[in-house]
Design a protein around this ligand. Sequence first.
Ligand SMILES: [Mg+2]
Length: 252
Amino acid sequence: MPSHSMSQMKKQSAAKMNGWSCSPSFTHECDGNSYLNGICYQFNSRLNTVTNITTAFQECTKSKVNLVFLFDGSSSMPMSEFNMNKKFIWDIVTTLKNSSIEFAAAQFSTAVRTVFTFKDYVSGTAKEKLDAEVHMKSLTNTYKAIRFTLKNLFNNEESGADPEAIKALVIITDGSPSDIEGNEIQRCEELKIARFVIGVGSKVQLENLKKLASEPTENNTFMIQNYNGLNGLLDKLLNKIYGIEGNKNTLE
Ligand SMILES: [Mg+2]
């Protein structure tokens, strides 16, 4: 694996190489701390990793990320799309399996339930729980779902959440919320939760979804016409997630 300096990496980034995804801080463990390296992955058109370039050694540091997927199980979504949703989530998890990110997921409709916790992810039971998750098929109570996520996942050490972790929420939905906003977004801001929203399909009202995303909302809200578009979104979203992961670290 060739070693490259950060300035070389920047030149490569500046050249906007197609098919490259860079993380400023992929980590591996050293003496209980995470060993921080910059790394770039090259993807082919099917998003399989072809090769990677690692930057010079930087330092030992901790940069755990807790990322929650909150995905829409409302009745407006055909079963095939619901399953595409689950596949998309697992594609991201698989791509980032060697990073410092730990994942959890919840499905929402009229009700909300945890699909897998950070603990499940770490213990290796997340995939079977995601596969087994049954489509709820009712309303779209998005704000209720955010409240649930704060209480039961991000702010719940039983779930395996780390209070010190950088926090990110990825909301995948095909419609505007059925319920009314309370103080959920403000509470997310207080907890410094980075929020990305993926709106799928033709019924999506962009303005309603932007309200859920972090500022600048236009950069953190993604619209796709159908679930086949989710694959094209993966790379963009990964770069956003890498940006989150890097926020807590000095890169140079
Ligand atoms: Mg719906």
